[in-house]
Design a protein around this ligand. Structure first.
Ligand SMILES: *[C@@H]1O[C@H](CO)[C@@H](O)[C@H](O)[C@H]1NC(C)=O
Length: 453
């Protein structure tokens, strides 16, 4: 019966791929869609504004009394993406085919809550349709491409070592940008991934000494733990990138024998420049196979050492980016995901992913899991490059999944719990919220679970 839950994203993915296959890109397409931020908005003369037409909304018990439209999905676009860009218009137009599938899925399985398509171009088609509320500062920062379900479905599991330069030259704004870059990278990881964070000057220091020489699961607890430690980093001394690289290659080589995801291995180097002669470390540890990709982030306005930093990325199958302001961080960090998702896109691995359980911020007090699946272009001319169109998903309250357990077979002291294929516990009777319901993420009390098993 579990597998029937996976049929919904499968139907959505098939529909989106077919819709794209038969859609011919039209660069001058004019098209009015329902923009979730703008719907039901009138100008001074009482006319509906562009992209903001009349969109009937009705309070719905199943959606915690939120006003929704169960007959139609609508489109959210983050503020930093132009909502009439030809790519957006074409994507929105072709993905209208999903509407009927959303409605059909909901009719077949009324326990479903949200169903959605997150496009690689940045728009988010959500069913049922809602009126989107901007953040408190008036902007819409929600970008579906940063969400855990999107990233986990769009990439295979990854082993990542984040290496940050904390030498004296990194002081001030550079360090602020570097910290933000680390946090943003951590946000792209999920419980299928493994990670560690190393700081270096003329010596190498693990931000968490307990995790020395190994990788840890990038679950929510560990990600938050790293973020706190990164906040404490101070700059001092002179940078010696070679030692830090050597240590990173060692960790990644070690996990081949134990923990780690073994699929994608990468080092993320965050620095304002590399001076000493470092070529030999790559020769010794990574060439000729280049099994580990090295992505480099050059921080700050000074470009003096950009050639060196670029060289490291280009000679290790990575990607070089220059981050000079805080506003650059998000887009630049996301770039690495495109590189890592390419092999999977070419192979068209339609793996279903279940995200870690989280507390839905709208349907409060419901523990949710997202079931998501990548969507690829099936067009002949793009097949060999592997184009990721986006990710489809559905949110399911865990209570509903638990109901599938055959209670009558469990006996008096029996209970059901739910575990994913990578050993992550999704639901258990002893599960208690660790954070206030107003926070959108949710953590499971592992110790509680282990003692009762
Ligand atoms: C492209 O879109 C424009 C505006 O919507 C339309 O007039 C034109 O016929 C379309 N072109 C094709 C080839 O469909």
């Amino acid at each position: 019966k579990m597998s029937s839950l996976c049929l919904c994203p499968q139907r959505l993915a098939d529909t989106a791929e077919d819709a794209d296959l038969y859609h011919e890109y039209n660069a001058s397409l004019q098209f009015d869609y329902f923009n979730a931020l703008l719907v039901n908005t009138m100008d001074e003369e009482g006319n509906f504004i562009e992209l903001g037409g009349e969109f009937p909304l009705e309070e719905n018990e199943h959606f915690n009394k939120l006003s929704v439209n169960t007959l139609m999905s609508d489109i959210q676009v983050p503020t930093n993406v132009y909502n009439k860009d030809p790519d957006i218009l074409n994507g929105v137009y072709m993905s209208e085919a999903l509407n009927d599938v959303f409605i059909g899925n909901f009719q077949k399985d009324p326990t479903l809550t949200w169903q959605y398509f997150g496009s690689s171009t940045g728009f988010f088609r959500l069913y049922p349709g809602i009126k989107w509320t901007p953040d408190s500062n008036g902007v819409v920062s929600f970008d579906c491409r940063n969400r855990n379900w999107y990233i986990q479905a769009a990439t295979s599991p990854k082993d990542i070592v984040i290496v940050v330069d904390v030498s004296g030259s990194m002081k001030g704004l550079k360090m602020t940008i570097a910290k933000h870059t680390i946090n943003t990278i951590l946000d792209t990881l999920g419980e299928n991934d493994f990670v560690n964070v190393i700081a270096y000057t003329d010596y190498v220091r693990y931000v968490e000494p307990c995790f020395k020489g190994t990788l840890v699961q990038a679950d929510l607890d560990n990600r938050e733990h790293f973020k706190l430690l990164v906040e404490e980093l101070h700059v001092k001394g002179e940078a010696k990138v070679k030692k830090a690289m050597k240590e990173s290659f060692r960790i990644l080589a070690d996990v081949t024998n134990g923990q780690g995801s073994l699929c994608n291995q990468a080092i993320m180097l965050i620095t304002d420049g590399a001076m000493e002669d470092f070529q030999s470390v790559f020769e010794e540890f990574n060439w000729p196979d280049k099994k580990v990709r090295v992505f480099t982030y050059l921080i700050g306005r000074d470009m003096t050492f950009s050639e060196n930093v670029k060289w490291i990325a280009c000679n290790n199958k990575g990607y070089y980016t220059h981050i000079s302001t805080l506003a650059d961080v998000q887009e630049n960090v996301m770039e690495y995901l495109h590189v890592l998702s390419r092999p999977m896109v070419i192979n068209h691995d339609h793996d279903i992913i279940w995200t870690e359980a989280y507390m839905d911020s709208i349907l409060i007090l419901l523990l949710m899991t997202s079931v998501a699946m990548p969507v690829f272009s099936k067009k002949k001319e793009t097949l060999s490059h592997g184009i990721l169109l986006g990710v489809v998903g559905t949110d399911i309250p865990l209570l509903e999944v638990m109901k599938l357990a055959p209670r009558y077979k469990l006996g008096a002291h029996g209970y059901a719990f739910l575990i994913t294929n990578n050993g992550y516990i999704l639901a258990h009777p002893d599960l208690r919220p660790l954070v206030s319901p107003s926070e959108s993420s949710y953590s499971l009390n592992h110790s509680n679970i282990c003692s009762s098993r």
